[in-house]
Design a protein around this ligand. Structure first.
Ligand SMILES: Cc1cc2nc3c(=O)[nH]c(=O)nc-3n(C[C@H](O)[C@H](O)[C@H](O)COP(=O)(O)O)c2cc1C
Length: 172
């Protein structure tokens, strides 16, 4: 698949079969995650692979958006390793950006592996941190269920409802 084909094939899977994700496929996905760019190449990101029943139960307690996936990734960053925007005192940093680029790599490599994902931010980061007993310096940005789409896990109608480019592209 070309990148354009991958990008066109990706959609948010909101219903999964219970078919396990093969370890080799997971490892391929994690390898592609690992080559994503990060601010200053500091790699402040942490990818938690939620595989055990206990970990998946915790994920389901934190968000309603696991959708029956057999496994889930939880992406976080360490605040001591991120890049802080210069001349700002509002604490804005690259943590969410770093996690987002890594998550995007994961989404597309998942498609290449025949798997589906869904980006999930419907959760309380502080609750996720507490439930998973993360170090104080780590902050959860997103969950990403991973697995095989079920028959019901088809693209939602809004998948193709896009604003015209002229509404979102501004030439200066
Ligand atoms: C930053 C972000 C957060 C999202 N959070 C959720 C979520 O919490 N729950 C959910 O069901 N879908 C979530 N989605 C999926 C979007 O609803 C979905 O990407 C959008 O409707 C477009 O559909 P598509 O991904 O199939 O193209 C999220 C997507 C993004 C990019």
């Amino acid at each position: 698949m070309t990148f354009k084909e991958l990008a066109a094939a990706r959609y948010s899977v909101k219903n999964y079969t219970d078919q396990p994700v093969e370890e080799e496929k997971l490892q391929e996905i994690l390898k592609v995650a690992g080559i994503a760019p990060t601010a200053r190449n500091a790699q402040a990101i942490r990818i938690y692979v939620l595989k055990s029943e206990a970990a998946m139960e915790k994920a389901k307690a934190v968000t309603p958006c696991i959708f029956g996936a057999p496994i889930c990734l939880m992406l976080a960053y360490n605040e001591e390793e991120v890049f802080f925007y210069p001349d700002e005192d509002n604490g804005v940093n690259s943590g969410a950006e770093d996690c987002s680029i890594v998550a995007t790599h994961i989404m597309f490599e998942a498609v290449e592996q025949g798997l589906g994902t869904c980006w999930v931010n419907k959760f309380s980061p502080s609750e996720a941190k507490r439930v998973f007993e993360l170090p104080e310096k780590e902050h959860v940005v997103l969950f990403m269920p991973l697995g095989y789409a079920s028959e019901k896990g088809k693209p939602l109608p809004k998948h193709t409802q896009k604003k015209p480019l002229s509404d979102i592209v501004i030439e200066l």
